[in-house]
Design a protein around this ligand. Structure first.
Ligand code: G16
Length: 544
């Protein structure tokens, strides 16, 4: 078994985005493309941090071939131990947990998250550090730097490594262990939540769940945790067989792509709680019977009712949200006398806050929420938070929402995505808003007056690092907002994301549909960025 030094050249475009490197799968299938990136990850690892790595993915098309190649490169580079999920499957939060529990030096996650999978569709790879967190920008910059100067990678040709649970292999200096994809994660959930309490509420008929795994990685987790451990009827666990192409669907848990679940939850037959998760199991959608919960509201309500969640029995210490996420969390934090941090989009920005114990709960408008138990957002965990709240409060989701809005005001919130734009045109929309700053200030949208237009920059309070240019904000006198930024997770053309937040403090006006309520603000946002004038798009591609 010989270690080969394979001559290679840098590829352009290997700069990680919001969450690692995401490209069309045929880009990854080019000779040397994936190998270069994996070697770059290894090269960027300090010498003392090559002891143990975790490898797993969401099972999408090319997952198995990518894992075989990654193992060949890790063995050739002398990594002492590699833990791989059975069949190559690990949800993103499960990778984070496994890194932490096994005290690994990091992990390689194969996923393009909520993006479609299959031939011609999307693939992705990212590196998580020893705390289980997506690598911070200093590390992704170092990896990128390596990709741009690479001249060779090390590889050893291995027999096809069968990823059956419990298998163990020894190649050269490396031990490869194949671990149960669900067991450690399920055990962690049992420590964090009161399973007996939730289970008896389900058995007693006061609580129930319908979960849609969207033919993605959370299928086996849902069957074990919701089905076997909590007693949810298997019929209520939908699309739980993980498929390489997600059944041809788009594994993004929102009202557009999880439409069947959403519509079912709007009927009289619906159980108290409905939920869905995405390709790699980090995103979640929460819907009560007849009541959609926006991700920003879900985060704020989890904070409000944190005493119903055993993990947070000792209190929250602090909370955090990404900048475009609604300010509902801030109002709850204020009432609880807790600091609330505002970070750029990207889970990696929460890592330092969590590691330093400054926050215990964080979330994003992009259907992501999590606590300090891992360093990734966590879809199944969020469902368990909601099951805990419902079991404890004995109120419906709709009642909890109404109560929250009455007490804190309602942030009517939605996101308009303009997809498929040439990158220059997308960038120009943001510049258009900024260039009119002076004339916009004082202008009106309905009863609201623009008070400020600015660009969000963030200084990490732990390590002092600065992230500039993290979105353009138009802020109104009543704290309502429009935020513009470019997506960092797409694989081809650019997407402009326009985030709309309007705060309604009058309880008689809090019961409308957010998409309808935000319509006028959405048109204002399109107009001031000259989106229609520039692109011909009067309407966004997707509203969530
Ligand atoms: C990733 C990041 C999230 C971010 C989301 C949206 O999620 O982990 O922190 O909010 O992308 O990114 P963008 O607006 O740049 O497309 P995921 O679930 O795709 O890994």
């Amino acid at each position: 078994m010989d270690v080969q030094a394979v001559a290679t050249q840098p590829f352009s475009g290997q700069k990680p985005g919001t969450s690692g490197l995401r490209k069309k799968v045929d880009v990854f299938q080019q000779p040397h493309y994936l190998a270069n990136f994996v070697q770059a990850i290894v090269n960027a690892l300090p010498a003392g941090q090559r002891r143990r790595l975790v490898v797993g993915g969401d099972g999408r098309y090319f997952n198995d071939q990518a894992i075989q190649l990654i193992l060949e490169i890790l063995v050739a580079n002398g990594i002492a131990e590699v833990l791989v999920g059975a069949d190559g499957l690990l949800s993103t939060p499960a990778v984070s947990n496994l890194i932490r529990q096994s005290k690994a030096d990091g992990g390689i996650v194969l996923s393009a998250s909520h993006n479609p999978g299959g031939p011609g569709k999307d693939f992705g790879i990212k590196f998580n550090n020893a705390s289980g967190s997506p690598a911070p920008e200093s590390v992704t910059d170092a990896i990128y730097h390596q990709t741009q100067s690479i001249t060779e990678y090390r590889r050893v040709e291995l027999p096809a490594v069968k990823l059956a649970v419990g298998s163990q292999y020894r190649f050269l200096e490396t031990t490869i262990k194949v671990v149960d994809s669900v067991a450690d994660y399920a055990a962690l959930m049992q420590q964090l939540f009161d399973f007996d309490r939730i289970k008896s509420a389900i058995a007693g008929g006061s609580l129930d769940l319908c979960f849609d795994a969207m033919h993605a990685v959370t299928g086996p987790y849902a069957r074990r945790i919701f089905g076997d451990l909590l007693g949810v009827d298997p019929v209520q666990l939908r699309n739980c067989t993980a498929l390489a192409d997600f059944g041809g669907g788009h594994p993004d848990p929102n009202r557009v792509y999880a439409r069947d679940l959403y519509e079912f939850m709007m009927t009289e037959q619906a159980p108290p709680l409905g939920a869905a998760s995405d390709g790699d199991g980090d995103r979640n959608m929460i819907v009560g019977r007849g009541a959609f919960v926006s991700p920003s509201d879900s985060l704020a309500l989890i904070a409000q009712h944190h005493t119903s969640i055993p993990q947070f029995a000792a209190g929250l210490k602090g909370v955090a949200r990404s900048m475009p996420t609604s300010t509902a969390l801030d109002r709850v934090a204020q009432s609880l006398n807790l600091p609330c941090y505002e970070t750029p989009t990207g889970w990696k920005f929460f890592g330092n806050l969590l590691d330093d114990g400054l926050v215990r709960l964080c979330g994003e408008e992009s259907f992501g929420t999590s606590g300090d138990h891992v360093r990734e957002k966590d879809g199944v965990w969020t469902v368990l938070c909601w099951l805990s709240i419902l079991a404890d409060r004995r109120q419906s989701v709709a009642d909890l929402l109404r109560q929250h809005w009455t007490e804190f005001g309602r942030s009517y919130y939605c996101r308009h995505d303009y997809e498929g734009l040439p990158p220059d045109q997308a960038q120009e929309t943001l510049e258009q808003v900024l260039s009119q700053r002076d004339s916009l200030i004082g202008s009106r949208c309905g009863s609201m007056t623009v008070a400020d237009v600015n660009v969000f920059s963030y200084q990490d309070p732990v390590d002092g690092s600065v992230a500039d240019n993290q979105g353009v904000r138009v802020i109104f006198d009543d704290e309502s907002r429009v935020v513009y930024r470019l997506s960092g997770t797409g694989t081809d053309a650019a997407t402009v994301r326009v985030y709309l937040e309007q705060i309604e403090r009058e309880s008689t006006r809090q019961g409308q549909d957010a998409i309808v309520y935000n319509e006028v603000l959405g048109r204002f946002a399109n107009h001031i960025a000259a989106i229609e004038a520039r692109t011909g798009m009067a309407e966004p591609t997707v509203k969530t």
